[in-house]
Design a protein around this ligand. Sequence first.
Ligand code: SF4
Ligand code: SF4
Length: 112
Amino acid sequence: MSLFGKHEAMPEDAYVNMQKQMMMMPKDQMMGKMMELAKMCTCPSCPTYNECAKNAMETMFCNRGMSFHCIKEMKGCICPTCPVAKMQGLTHQSFCAMGNEKTQRFNGMLKE
Ligand code: SF4
Ligand code: SF4
């Protein structure tokens, strides 16, 4: 009988593998990787992205989490076409309003 029930074995999809790889990196290497990914973020081209977010230099909500106080109205999401989504194996979107991939995955598990 599993101690943690049905969620003990986390599915080893591309996102989980990527997170494990990132966690094993030395901190400076991980920061470098994050900066590299942030440069690829296409949020600034999204109709939902606004002047406030631009001025606050908010990007890469899929990793950093939802917009702190700028994005309140959704006008579509172009995350599925972003290269970061493919590279990181993201399965969610609308991160600026719904929280990062990790949060949305966890929230999804709680609803099961
Ligand atoms: S997946 Fe979305 S939030 Fe993440 S880097 Fe790409 S456009 Fe930005
Ligand atoms: S997370 Fe998605 S909805 Fe939000 S600004 Fe980025 S591309 Fe647009």
